[in-house]
Ligand binder design. Structure first.
Ligand SMILES: Cc1cc2nc3c(=O)[nH]c(=O)nc-3n(C[C@H](O)[C@H](O)[C@H](O)COP(=O)(O)OP(=O)(O)OC[C@H]3O[C@@H](n4cnc5c(N)ncnc54)[C@H](O)[C@@H]3O)c2cc1C
Length: 467
């Protein structure tokens, strides 16, 4: 951390909002006007809409993340976690990756810490569940699923095999539906290379407490998404939830019980719980209470946006709904970040603040190679698209929305290569414990096993001396 005479704009979180807001501020700022400091426990921003494709191996995981120091060369990027904010002293406490926590003074503050997986106290979930919020989880899921195929192929124990080949996904929003669509596609492809594992041996189950999936694209396309997944053999159970999953024994409220080694939890998100320690005004569900100008209520030097903020949806409110709030998605996060950046500059210079107002442009979702659903909103008209065209729209939209040309080009290159070369289906499960093999080789040898016969004893003694 540098000590600075200039005012400091502290951006807490380097995700979608943090990255775009910092870029906007740096673009609009005069030379030397302020120091922009971005704090995030990760040194990269993750483009979350691509996590399902990264899990399926359609995109290289490295291309889904954007290194903060590279795209924000004029900012001070600190790797650590902001743990508390002292508003009276205008000081944040930062816990770095290693070493003692330190205090960081600021003049202006941007809260952009996003959301975390929303979970419930379900027995077994903490031990068995796999989340889908970060690239690490996406890589882990891919390796894990392919490893289950390896396990099933290598065993003759029918129970072990069945458990390995049963995949349960809880939550049918964007994250859940896209992930099960992509992973089922990958597993189907991978099964071609196994002698004793066929797609028919696998069981894919999608569970949601609501009575529909993909609410983001509307009921008709959600129903199409469900039918489409079912046509691929995915069992979809709606209006039901998971009661427990102790040791992988999944019990659903509708009475279904299955054993599964893979339980993916994508049942929604909640605002980052760390916000509770910041002393900021929070809404009923834990979001930072933010005005339509993205200023935190009751302050004139703190702004918030994205998944951790409760931002009024001014289009909805003008249409007569006084309780309309912006949903937590990338479409809003990106646009809010730009307005927020402008407002920070205006706030610093004493100019008026701009209102955030954005009409929903629709949504696109990929459900595996060449499969998707899309809803495009043009004024009062909603255009619904499904199948291959929707999948092209999904790829086109997200490919272009990916931050930086460097990443856009890499993503399109991945897709182009995948058209000519087959999908990569190797499991690198050992990546999670890369030192294990070396440790086995390097650890001190155990005492030699006592030989039974006298002659053997002599041989064992000689071997021990030689080693
Ligand atoms: C699998 C998946 C698929 C999705 N698909 C779509 C889609 O198709 N379309 C769409 O519109 N939206 C989609 N979304 C939602 C979209 O990605 C989010 O709405 C968007 O990322 C929100 O941006 P954000 O900046 O608020 O949060 P994030 O991008 O999550 O950034 C938050 C940042 O804060 C950092 N942070 C956390 N705690 C601290 C701390 N204490 N101190 C400092 N930093 C901290 C985190 O490390 C992170 O980098 C998807 C989300 C997921 C998980």
């Amino acid at each position: 951390m540098s000590t600075t005479e200039r005012p400091r704009i502290l951006v807490v979180g380097g995700g979608y909002v943090g990255l775009y807001a910092a870029r906007r501020i740096l673009k609009k700022m005069r030379y030397g006007e302020a120091t922009v400091t971005v704090v995030d426990p990760r040194s990269y921003m993750t483009y979350q809409p691509f996590l399902p494709e990264a899990a399926a191996g359609s995109i290289s995981p490295r291309h889904v993340v954007v290194p903060l120091r590279r795209v924000l060369p004029k900012a001070e990027v600190l790797t650590g976690r902001v743990t508390t904010i002292d508003q009276d002293r205008k000081v944040a406490t930062v816990a770095p990756l290693v070493g003692e926590a330190y205090e960081l003074p600021f003049d202006y503050l941007v809260i952009a810490m996003g959301a975390v997986s929303r979970t419930f106290p379900i027995p077994g979930l903490a031990e068995q569940g796999i989340g889908m919020k970060g690239i690490e989880e996406s890589i882990g899921l891919r390796n894990h699923v392919l490893e289950q195929l390896d396990k099933a192929d290598s065993t003759t124990d029918e129970d072990v095999r069945r458990k390995a080949l049963t995949f349960v996904f809880v939550g049918g929003g964007f994250a859940g539906a896209e992930t099960i669509g992509e992973v089922e596609d990958m597993a189907r492809d991978a099964a071609k290379y196994y002698t004793s594992v066929k797609r028919e041996d696998m069981r894919f189950i999608l569970v949601d407490a609501a009575d529909k999936i993909l609410p983001e694209v509307g009921p008709k396309l959600g129903a199409y998404g469900k039918e489409h997944l079912e046509s691929r053999g995915v069992e979809v159970y709606l209006s039901t939830s998971m009661d427990s999953c102790v040791d992988g024994h999944v019990v659903l409220k509708n009475g279904l019980e299955v054993d599964s080694s893979t339980i993916v939890w994508t049942a929604g998100v909640k605002p980052n719980p760390a916000l509770a320690r910041f002393g900021l005004p929070l809404g009923p569900r834990g979001h930072v209470d933010t005005s339509e100008k993205l200023q935190v209520q009751g302050t004139d030097y703190i702004w918030a946006a994205g998944d951790n903020a409760q931002v009024p949806d001014m289009v909805g409110r003008r249409a007569g709904n006084p309780n309309a709030w912006c949903p937590p998605n990338a479409q809003h996060a990106l646009r809010q970040a730009k307005v927020l950046g402008d407002n920070v500059i205006s706030g610093m210079r004493g100019f008026p603040q701009k209102e955030y107002s954005h009409a929903n442009k629709g949504a696109v979702a990929g459900l595996g190679l060449h499969k998707g659903v899309a809803m495009i909103v043009m004024g009062k008209v909603k255009i619904k698209v499904k199948g291959r065209l929707a999948w092209y729209m999904h790829r086109g939209y997200h490919g272009m929305a990916m931050p930086t040309w460097n990443r856009k080009i890499r993503i399109f290159a991945d897709w182009t290569l995948a058209m000519f070369l087959k999908r990569e289906v190797v499991s690198l499960g050992a990546m999670e414990t890369p030192r294990e093999e070396f440790y086995e080789a390097a650890k001190p040898s155990p005492a030699p096993v006592a030989a039974k016969a006298d002659g053997d004893k002599d041989k064992a003694g000689e071997k021990a001396k030689a080693s």
